[in-house]
Design a protein around this ligand. Structure first.
Ligand SMILES: *Cc1c(COP(=O)(O)O)cnc(C)c1O
Ligand SMILES: [Zn+2]
Length: 397
């Protein structure tokens, strides 16, 4: 296991504390051969050990070379795959802190412990900070999170504070918080666990491997994922390339990476055949993907190319309508997650489709409470007549 630059191929020890190459580009965790096999992973599903029940560490040979006793696991993953109206939904909101970020965080925090770090930090639109705070608490590490002031959904901020992290509310947007945390980690010797950290990506690969396992290793046609900082798109590409090369699957699914139209730099690049990288000032109701300058652009480009993938964009109205559908079938998700279903519709995707629901419905209560239909939320006097009036006026399902 080594760290390798995705651009100039220079290599570094896996124990080096660095996130980028001397040339400035991103690093990737690489190994000579991919350990594990579908048969081994399937067998572990029957085990009661925490590291086998974890949907990340079940795949450990292909995630991190490690002494098993050092693993910091809740356990995470092992989320459900729902089939509704012919579409599969992999619900990553069912992770311990309510988003897929736990899959990357368990690996990054395990690596932090291995490297002897005493403090970890990230910039976050909310879910990474909640996850960081929970895993830092478990490992006994100091937790520092940088969030855009006033721009984090209530559920995420409350969790982060509850788990005991120090929260720096930066007067600026996510991209400003990201630049600041990189500088702060270098200056203060704190271990950075944003998705620029290549070990996060190793953990997030398991979203794809677990859904392939859920489908008995019969690959779907499409895997649809919301796209913000592009860590997940990158991880999905790496997971598919590795699984295909190792013979775990016979066909290569296509990735559809979906952005909000107010935060669409990756879509802009895709539309131009990736002629150039774009940066935008981001604005969307989907705060998890309100990101204008995604750090994993280069890796995500590889993911789209290697899987013959596509990038789409959907408006806030389209993603909120899709959220309404997902919520009302009793599954529910946060706004960013619903870009997947909205993207399926907008791009007209067909075949076997898996949408990744990245975050839990309770993460962003304000997005729900601001738009409650009048006939659904009715204040009444405490009389039976008022109840009867309300019931006859409100719609039946
Ligand atoms: C982080 C996050 C995303 C975006 O993932 P990236 O890896 O930043 O592209 C999407 N949805 C939710 C709920 C998230 O927390
Ligand atoms: Zn390099």
């Amino acid at each position: 296991m080594i760290l390798q630059c995705i651009s100039c191929s220079r290599t570094y020890s896996a124990d080096a504390i660095r996130y980028t190459c001397e040339c400035g580009n991103l690093l990737s965790v690489e190994r000579a051969t991919l350990g594990g096999s579908p048969a081994l992973f399937d067998q572990r599903r029957a085990s009661r050990r925490a590291i086998d029940q974890s949907g990340v560490w079940r795949f450990r040979e292909a995630v991190l070379d490690i002494d098993e006793r050092q693993i910091v696991t809740h356990p995470e993953g092992s989320t459900r795959l729902y089939e509704r109206s012919g579409i599969f939904f992999k619900h990553e909101g069912e992770n311990p802190t309510g988003s897929f970020k736990d899959r990357g965080m368990t690996v990054a925090v395990t690596q932090a412990v291995r490297l002897g770090a005493t403090a970890i930090a990230c910039a976050s639109t909310g879910n990474t900070s909640a996850s960081l705070a929970a895993y830092a608490a478990q490992a006994g590490l100091r937790a520092l999170v940088f969030v855009p002031a006033g721009k984090v959904a209530a559920g995420k901020l409350a969790q982060t504070l509850a788990y005991g992290a120090t929260c720096l509310a930066v007067r600026g947007d996510f991209d400003a918080a990201m630049a600041l945390v990189r500088e702060a980690c270098d200056r203060l010797g704190i271990y950075l666990v944003n998705s620029i950290n290549p070990f996060r990506i190793e953990g997030q690969k398991t979203i794809v491997w677990e859904l392939l396992q859920d489908l008995e290793w019969n690959a779907p046609d499409w895997i649809v994922v919301p796209a913000g900082n592009l860590g997940n798109t990158s991880a999905f590409g790496k997971a598919l390339i590795e699984a295909h090369a190792a013979g775990w699957i016979r066909t290569m699914p296509r990735i559809a990476s979906i952005q909000a139209s107010g935060a669409n730099p990756f879509f802009r690049s895709f539309r131009e055949g990736f002629a150039q990288r774009h940066r935008v000032t981001a604005e969307t109701i989907a705060s998890a993907i309100r990101i204008g300058d995604p750090v994993s652009y280069e890796k995500a480009l590889t993911a789209i190319r290697a899987t013959n993938g596509v990038v789409g964009e959907v408006t806030d109205d389209e993603l909120m309508a899709a959220k309404g559908e997902i919520d009302r079938i009793g599954i529910g998700c946060e706004p960013a997650s619903a870009t997947t279903l909205a993207g399926v519709r907008k791009l007209g995707l067909t075949g076997r489709i898996v949408c990744i629901l990245t975050g839990h419905v309770l993460k962003d209560p304000d997005a729900i409470l601001k738009n409650v239909p009048q006939e659904q939320m009715i204040e009444i006097d405490p009389t039976i007549e008022a109840v009867e009036r309300a019931v006859s006026a409100s719609p039946r399902p």
